[in-house]
Design a protein around this ligand. Sequence first.
Ligand code: ADP
Length: 417
Amino acid sequence: MTPILEKKDIEEKKAKRLILFLRWMIFIVLMFLFLYSKEKESIKNIKLVNRLLLFFIISNVGLGFVPCKKFLLNKIRYSVFIFDTVFVSVLIYLASGADVELYMAYFLVIFMAALGQSILLSLIITFLISILYGAIVMQTNSIAGMYNTSVLIRIPFLFVVALFSSYFAQEAKKYKVNLRKVENLYGEVKSQLFQSAKLASVGTLASGVIHEIGNLLQIIMGTAESIKRHEGRTEENRKRIKDICEVAEQGGIISRGLLAFSHKGDERYENLDVKRILDESYELVKYNLEKDRVQVIKRYSEEPCSVSVNRNQIKQVIINFMNNARDAMKDGGKLLVTCKTEGEKVIVEFIDEGGGIPDKIRDKVFSPFFTTKEEGGGTGLGLSISRDIMTQHNGTIDFDSREGEGATFRIILPKCV
Ligand code: ADP
């Protein structure tokens, strides 16, 4: 997902571009009307017109260099609208008033003002335009010109356009604000979903880890017993005490690993060797895999497979692959885990000998809540969350599989140098 700040920048850039674009349109419309106007001969001061048009070009090019944030400040925007209103009015005046179609350029100014303004402000600007326009009509066509219906109809028309364009601009703005709120909410819900799915797998892992620690405690107790029985044989007992320390240390690593994994954790990315994360993840699922007679074969390439990742999230992906492989090999089997680099990429594969993925569900396995496991067996979130995690890491996830021939799940991450 694009960060919110970045999105705001993009929207501001778009708003600025739109205003500049409308100003270019004003210029083109004015040029066009001047060139093709039937009243060309009646233009009062062609030199001044040309200078004004040139000044308009320079002002628009100059505005292009004003940073977005400054450009969208109210005082700058209002100055631009007022300048354009006066500019168009002066040109209409110089071009002999309301008889020419130059009046249409006012619509572009109104559209511009409608962008991001309140309806009231748009109406105020339109009011200003109407006064100026009315003054020009009176000046050039006398009072009688004012009552000419074709001239009169133009003023309410300006208000109608202002009302509609600012109303739609307001609606679009409201829609954008709501969309941003929904996107924020979606981000929050998604992160909670990540955590829930992880906790669901922590539940399964916990029983395995408790067994594993139970086994280690058995070893500790047996060895301690032996020390007691062989009091006095210092050399042998020293070795036994060393064994106890090692086993207790291993127990600590496993329980700490589970604890760290279950934590929500931070968003930090670290440069890590994937092989290490694979081993740490394996420690957590080892008991469950062994219990179900799944033998894990690791085939890692020698070179470092460094990636910039969030450790817990990548563990979540790996554990999900290992659990899925175990579920797919109901009668046990081999799970080959490979890790290698290829150019600028680190590739990790999980190759199992399970039932594979039938063609008819190929397109669904990454969909949230899709599961073929019995009730209570799966949440259907593992692969969809894994795909999100990989996208966040600028990585990819895919698989090759045929029904009855096992499955190969693959993740590809950019290598860190
Ligand atoms: P869950 O494991 O909770 O069902 P996942 O999103 O991890 O959710 O997996 C979705 C579905 O993809 C599984 O229910 C299963 O049908 C299929 N699947 C995933 N991995 C494998 C695999 N290694 N072998 C066969 N099918 C798999």
